[in-house]
Design a protein around this ligand. Structure first.
Ligand code: ZN
Length: 298
């Protein structure tokens, strides 16, 4: 009888050990496969820890670069500005007030590819333009915004998401414009000093609450409507004269293709491609807040 008891105890102990090892084995298998969340979590934290750090490091690096770039921007902008009045300036772009000039303007962007192509064309002919951007698109294309500023172009405000300002209350007008200016400031450390009212619509409310000069145009290329390179080029060039402000939209591929020809043609005709600020400064006209301008003479 005693023998049986010892045997049964021994068998039970062996079975106990086996079951303990079996459960442990399954747990470690599940752990390896990540089935057990509570056990796998420390690993996840460990893995995401350094990754997050890297990201944080990268963005800090970016911010630093952005800060440096901003310093450069200010330097460049200052140089470009002074070059308008000082022909001896060593700035890359020199504006001669005695020669004809036009301001190309691009609305509704920025666009990661089409705006970039337009910037390439401007750079090639040592020209600059004004980009009236949407806050909502600027948020998604920060690098393009930085490049626009870096290369001596001007940025204007075209509302956050293209609401028609004449349909908004005074508070809403202020909100739309301030929100966009804040976004540009965050990205490029400059505040747009100009507004292009959406749809070219202006009323007393817009004049009183926009608190910046309101820039319309004297040549409408109708690029958004035709989406035809030849037609866009013809509309831009057929009646062009000194002081004109040309309207285009940098969100369309056909506009970017047409802009390449327009820039080349205007350059060969002796026109300087300038920003809105450069245009009015060269023509001795001071831009006033809340006033509407269609060209350098109106
Ligand atoms: Zn627009």
């Amino acid at each position: 009888m005693k023998k049986y008891l010892v045997l049964i105890t021994a068998v039970l102990m062996i079975m106990g050990f086996i079951s303990i090892f079996y459960v442990k084995g399954v747990e470690s298998y599940k752990l390896n496969k990540g089935y057990i969340n509570s056990e796998a979590n420390p690993e996840v934290i460990y893995k995401s820890g350094p990754a997050q750090k890297e990201t944080a490091g990268a963005s800090t690096k970016k911010e630093n670069t952005a800060a440096n770039e901003t310093k450069d921007n200010e330097g460049n902008l200052g140089a470009a500005e002074s070059s308008a009045g000082d022909p001896d300036s060593e700035a890359k772009r020199q504006i001669d007030p005695n020669k004809p000039m036009v301001a190309l303007t691009f609305d509704d962007g920025p666009h990661y590819e089409n705006t970039d192509n337009i910037l390439d064309s401007l750079k090639k002919y040592n020209g600059a333009a004004t980009f009236f951007v949407l806050g909502s698109r600027a948020e998604k294309n920060k690098e393009v915004i930085k490049r626009i500023v870096e290369e001596g172009n001007q940025i204007g405000n075209h509302t956050y998401d293209h609401k028609q300002l004449t349909k908004l209350s005074s508070t809403e007008i202020t909100e739309e414009l301030t929100r966009t200016s804040d976004i540009i400031q965050d990205i490029a450390n400059i505040r747009p000093g100009l507004i292009r009212p959406t749809y070219g619509s202006v009323n007393d409310n817009v004049r009183n609450y926009s608190k910046e000069p309101l820039i319309l145009w004297s040549i409408d290329t109708l690029d958004w409507k035709t989406k035809d390179k030849t037609k866009i080029v013809n509309e831009a060039l057929k009646n062009v004269k000194d002081g004109d402000i040309i309207l285009m939209h940098d969100i369309y591929k056909t506009t970017a293709m047409a802009a390449e020809v327009i820039i080349k043609e205007l350059d060969s005709k002796g026109y300087q491609l300038v920003t809105i600020d450069e245009l009015f400064k060269a023509r001795g006209k001071e831009l006033e807040n809340g006033k509407v301008y269609s060209n350098a003479y109106k």
